[in-house]
Design a protein. Structure first.
Lengths: 303, 169
């Protein structure tokens, strides 16, 4: 039997037992099965049948009413309405335009948010984005606090503002991290423009721009296709130790204190985001530090 | 003669609404997409049924509704491009589900959505009524007014085109 026959029979539900068990072993079947599962999400949301019926009934019963109009009264009412609606629109435009949606994550959380144009933002822990749905079609602008990865669909300009600066793209994938004096933009695909004092910086795939305490600093080449936190890791290349500890506090519900530790020295390495003990060892061992946990407070000791 | 010769009786009309409104709505949605107001179109078709209630017997009401709604759509010059939606959850995780997996899943859904939107209206409506609504080939043939063989052909063509557009996943 040909492949097409199998699929046709499967669709019609007329495979016999033997054919069925043969077909179910194929990759073809598995991909069809996956599609079937995914398709269920396309079922439209059920509408409220009773409400729809009432609606219909109201429409049916509406009878054309003939009303004698007194035009001078109509004009007076119209004049009042023009003024009222006009001032309402004037006053409310700024309010509606400014109405922003906020999405945030807590400690150790990540979250995926679909934007109106189907671009996708993934937030790392303790981060937030806000944007205005009303004005989205006119301008794609997002405000970010913390760290997020953006997969932007092609279209007009797409802007991400953080306290440290503005990143502009057309359609691409990139990560923005703005955390307590550490600002880093990494481009994974396409082209990204970072606004800085002076000429803007252009990044292409694998390039990063980095500022530490507002000073532009050499950034490493990014070799992976997505940020490390997509793989439940936090990875660092020559990053001040202070920022590494801050990231630990964002990924785990702990507070870290240091005693005789130089937090300005730079750290290269990574820690897992799902296993606190390993994470603590990952950052203390390289510097020969020890740590003591006391509830949620963890103290790092230098020698 | 049967008691309800036509659909002007309130109870009869209500029963037809209950039986057909959801099917009609979903049919319009699968065929023309969310941006063409399937719910309004459905309501409009029922309003037309009411206007013509003396001329339509209950057993013909269903096909009347589908024909009216479909014609109306075909004649609508301002018709919008087909856009389908799927339920997208905001994934809030404690990082146990890897975001990479979620992104891949989202990519799959995106491709599936695009591939569905690119099917011909005929293929899409037959395919989705079968796979999502679980309608039998015979029932779809009745709704669309075509032969059962033609339904099978359309569904198979749809599968072929989807597989090709989604690619390896």
């Amino acid at each position: 039997m040909k492949n097409q026959d199998y699929i046709e029979k499967w669709l019609a539900g007329t495979l016999n037992e033997e054919e069925k068990s043969l077909f179910e072993k194929t990759d073809e079947f598995k991909s069809l099965q996956r599609m079937d599962r995914a398709l269920l999400l396309f079922k439209p949301a059920p509408f409220n049948e009773d409400a729809a019926y009432e609606n219909l009934k109201a429409r049916r019963e509406k009878v054309a009413r003939v009303v004698q109009l007194n035009w001078s009264v109509v004009m007076k009412i119209a004049a009042v309405l023009v003024v009222a609606i006009g001032s309402y629109l004037y006053l409310s435009t700024s309010y509606f335009a400014a109405k922003e949606e906020l999405y945030q994550t807590g400690i150790g959380q990540t979250r995926e948010i679909a934007l109106p144009d189907k671009s996708v933002v993934t937030l790392n822990a303790m981060s937030s984005i806000s944007f205005s749905r009303n004005t989205w079609n006119a301008e794609r602008k997002i405000t970010l606090e913390g760290e997020a990865f953006f997969a932007v669909v092609k279209g007009g300009s797409f802007q991400v503002s953080t306290e440290a600066g503005v990143v502009t793209v057309l359609g691409t994938q990139f990560n923005v991290k703005d955390r307590d004096g550490f600002y880093e933009v990494t481009c994974y695909e396409g082209r990204v423009q970072v606004a800085v004092a002076g000429d803007p910086v252009q990044l292409t795939a694998q390039q990063s721009y980095r500022e530490i305490e507002k000073i532009a600093t050499d950034a490493p080449v990014e070799l992976t296709e997505t940020p490390s936190w997509f793989r439940n890791e936090s990875s660092f290349q020559r990053v001040p130790f202070r920022e590494v500890l801050n990231e630990l506090e964002r990924q785990y519900d702990v507070r870290i204190k240091t005693l005789d530790v130089d937090v300005t020295q730079s750290f290269t390495g990574k820690f897992p985001n799902t296993d606190l003990t390993t994470a603590l060892q990952s950052v203390t061992v390289p510097f020969g530090l020890s740590y003591k946990a006391n509830g949620k407070e963890i103290v790092f000791h230098g020698d | 003669m049967e008691p309800d010769q036509h659909v002007c009786e309130d109870a009869t009309f209500r029963r037809i609404f209950k039986e057909c409104s959801c099917d009609l709505h979903n049919f319009l949605y699968y065929k023309y997409g969310a941006d063409n107001n399937p719910e309004d179109l459905m309501q409009e078709a029922f309003a037309r049924l009411w206007d013509n209630c003396r001329k339509v017997s209950p057993d013909k009401a269903r096909s009347f509704l589908f024909t009216v709604a479909n014609n109306q759509m075909l004649n609508d010059l301002a018709r919008k491009k087909t856009a389908l939606n799927y339920q997208k959850e905001d994934h809030v995780t404690q990082t146990h589900e890897s975001p990479h997996y979620l992104l891949e899943e989202a990519e799959y859904m995106n491709r599936l959505q695009r591939a569905l939107e690119e099917l011909t209206e005929e293929q899409r409506v037959a395919f989705m009524l079968n796979r999502i609504e679980g309608k039998k080939h015979r029932e779809i043939a009745e709704i669309l007014g075509i032969s059962q063989k033609a339904v099978e052909k359309r569904i198979y063509k749809a599968v072929e085109s989807l597989q090709e557009k989604i690619g390896k996943f």
